[in-house]
Design a protein around this ligand. Structure first.
Ligand code: HEC
Length: 322
């Protein structure tokens, strides 16, 4: 009861903040949700037809590698965060794109200059809001270690504070928290690919979904159902990001929705501890190759095509002030 009242307060806060920020773009339906969280003059093609490359050095040890994969998927899962952030599908990755920064990030009421955010804002949290607008630059988590503030051994406590206190999320499963810390530790400037950016493609998002499901399978095999279920949520969120760019293509949307429905059923099977869950997961992984092919065949007609993304986004941009 008490908790619900606080949440309602936060919701009202968001509406007020959005109005006060008078960022017209945020009130206009955008073809991609992430376009709501960048400066109105951000170039949609420069920001969202490609993404920063990830500077990840995966550990050789299988258990350590599994922890990093769990963290990598959790980092990209809206359900990890609670309150307002979950409602608008914000993830760790919305601010730290591919584990890096996001120089164009602008969240009505939560940002100061572009690329900053106030992670102690009461908008996101019923616990830690300090009532002071205190936006800080979003750090590149794969930047040089000596520029980061949080020592590697402090990461689990820091990240737990972010999730539970600043973003009002539920207590994450222990393996997810350990995984997020392991993922952040495995980011390093030495692991950055030569190219700073790479094209964003449905095949890449589906590959992320497969990685999350592989981590789910290992967690389930180890008896960790809560982690496995969250990993499936991570895979579903990746399908959601593909879906929003195929809206004009009903046959592909139907395929994506069917694939998602199978993952919902898989989550239920894992919740019940069913023995056939792993076989269903393996079947999904196999069938995802056909989904890959179907998506690739129509990719140029989707908003993964930079020209189409540009046209869709431009149609919705607010008129420039004169
Ligand atoms: C709304 C944007 C936003 C989201 C979402 C977000 N962060 Fe951050 N993060 C920031 C900002 C801003 C800072 C810098 C805070 C400061 O300087 O006090 C930060 C700092 C950090 C740091 C400390 C870096 C250092 O200097 O050592 C880590 C680690 C981190 N975030 C991980 C995460 C993880 C994991 C998640 C998801 C659970 C997440 N962040 C979600 C904006 C965000």
């Amino acid at each position: 009861m008490d908790r619900r009242r606080r949440r309602t307060g936060a919701l009202a806060g968001l509406a007020l903040a959005a109005a006060a920020a008078s960022i017209a773009a945020a009130e206009i339906a955008q073809p991609l949700q992430a376009l709501h969280w960048v400066t109105p003059d951000a170039d949609p093609v420069a920001s969202f037809a490609s993404q920063p490359t990830e500077c990840l050095a995966p550990p050789a040890d299988p258990a350590a590698a599994q922890a990093v994969e769990v963290g990598r998927a959790a980092f990209r899962t809206p359900l990890l965060l609670g309150g307002q952030a979950a409602r608008v599908s914000l993830t760790c990755e919305s601010c730290h794109r591919a584990g890096r920064g996001n120089p164009e990030f602008l969240f009505p009421g939560a940002s100061g200059a572009p690329g900053t955010a106030d992670v102690t804002l009461s908008l996101f949290s019923s616990h830690r809001g300090n009532g002071v607008h205190d936006p800080r630059p979003i750090p590149d988590l794969s930047g040089p270690r000596d520029r980061l503030k949080v020592a590697p051994d402090q990461l689990p406590a820091f990240i737990r504070g972010l999730i539970v206190e600043e973003f009002d999320g539920r207590e994450p499963p222990p393996a997810v928290l350990a995984g997020l810390a392991a993922y952040v530790r495995a980011l390093s400037p030495a692991a950055c690919p030569a190219d700073a950016r790479e094209p964003l493609r449905p095949a890449g998002l589906l590959a992320d979904a497969r990685r999350a499901l592989t981590a789910a399978d290992r967690a389930y095999a180890a008896g960790d159902r809560p982690t496995a279920i969250l990993m499936i949520a991570a895979a579903r969120a990746r399908l959601g990001l593909i879906d929003e760019r195929y809206k004009a293509l009903p046959a592909e949307v139907a395929r994506l929705r069917a694939a998602d429905a199978r993952l919902t059923a898989l989550q239920q099977a894992m919740r019940e501890g069913r023995a056939d869950a792993r076989a269903s997961l393996a079947a999904w992984l196999r069938d995802s190759r056909r989904l890959d092919a179907a998506l690739a065949a129509r990719e140029s007609e989707s908003l993964f095509n930079p020209a189409r993304l540009k046209a869709a986004a431009n149609r919705r941009l607010p008129p420039k002030p004169t």
